[in-house]
Design a protein around this ligand. Structure first.
Ligand code: FEC
Length: 310
């Protein structure tokens, strides 16, 4: 008798209330409490985006839609679980639930397209730690990245095409497409991490799909730690573009898939303020969120990673 296969849909996690920000931040920092200044700064940003972000709702939306599609297509064959890295439902809470459901094989898909030891690897580590606590752990099939999936490239290309058409007539042909992804400590380069190569490769491939004459790439959302982080940062890069004569910019934060803090604050607030100060027009693509085309992509990624019958 065959058991259903699990699909764990994972994302970063977001605090539900402002009181949650401190424990959430402490979890991100591996158990070290943030300083009062760091905490105030983060609470301020969450307040400014409305007290919370829709990251969990969107992740749950993807999981719910994926479940509905798989139930219709392959009744009884799949079970879908949302799980978060830094907030409830924590990966450590969801893994034992999956095991209690009696599943033997589980595919893990993170809602972030590119691999880094600091990003995707962390999801695998949390899962494996939780599995190590179980008497009968399930077999975990982790998807390391999916930035090169044709449906991902087509989806972002499509979002770019739509957004470019929304610039005013006088801007047509003059818009610089600016890809960005979460910065990470610069030391990952020396460690041979594939993150930056994957980002550059996938930006170039999407630009080629669109036949863009030019595209640019920068980082965003570096954390306030003493060590150097990868740059250039988007706010500084807007200045560089302005100095080159660029006046119209389309922001493509393709390292993320949802409208969460790093998009709502870092792009829509901070980068937007810089663009306005410079007199530039900055627009952003619509994020994949829980849109049907995105669920279709995650469905493809998950099913392509289901192990063959053993
Ligand atoms: O909407 C939300 O509430 C959650 C937004 C959110 C996403 C996200 C994604 C990534 N992060 C990555 C790496 C790091 C590293 C540190 C770090 C720190 C923070 C802080 C907040 C935060 N991150 Fe995050 N990240 C999000 C939110 N992140 C808040 C803490 C304050 C701050 O710096 O703003 C540094 C940890 C340390 O201090 O030791 C490193 C990466 C991603 C993209 C991949 C993924 O989504 O998993 C990489 C969304």
């Amino acid at each position: 008798e065959s058991r259903p296969t699990g699909i764990m849909v994972m994302a970063y996690g977001t605090p539900e209330t402002l009181e949650d920000v401190e424990p959430y931040y402490t979890h991100i920092r591996g158990g070290r409490k943030p300083s009062p200044e760091q905490l105030d700064d983060l609470i301020f940003r969450y307040q400014k985006v409305g007290g919370q972000t829709p990251l969990y709702e969107l992740t749950k939306g993807v999981a719910d839609d994926l479940r509905a599609r798989l139930d219709a297509e392959f009744p009884g064959q799949y079970k879908v679980y949302p799980a978060m890295k830094h907030w409830h439902p924590y990966i450590a809470e969801v893994v034992p639930q999956i095991a209690a459901d009696g599943l033997r094989d589980v595919v893990g898909v993170v809602l972030a397209p590119h691999y880094s030891r600091y990003s995707l690897e962390g999801y695998r580590t949390y899962t494996e730690k939780a599995l190590a606590q179980l008497p009968e752990p399930f077999r975990f099939h982790f998807v390391e990245h999916w930035h090169d999936h044709p449906l991902f490239r087509a989806l972002i290309a499509d979002r770019i095409r739509t957004a470019l058409a929304e610039f005013p007539p006088e801007a047509q042909g003059k818009v610089t497409v600016l890809f960005s992804a979460h910065s990470l400590p610069e030391k990952i380069i020396a460690q041979g991490d594939p993150y930056v190569d994957q980002l550059r490769e996938s930006a170039a491939a999407i630009a080629t799909l669109l036949g863009l004459p030019d595209h640019r790439f920068c980082f965003q959302s570096a954390a306030p730690t003493p060590e150097p982080w990868l740059g250039p940062d988007i706010v500084d890069y807007l200045q560089e573009l302005y100095d080159e004569g660029v006046r119209y910019v389309l922001s493509v934060p393709f390292g993320f898939v949802a409208e969460h803090l790093e998009v709502l604050w870092d792009i829509d607030t901070e980068a937007q303020a810089k663009a306005q100060e410079l007199g530039m027009v900055l627009k952003r693509i619509r994020m994949p969120n829980a849109d049907p085309e995105f669920v279709e992509l995650i469905r493809a990624v998950a099913l392509e990673n289901v192990p063959a019958e053993t």
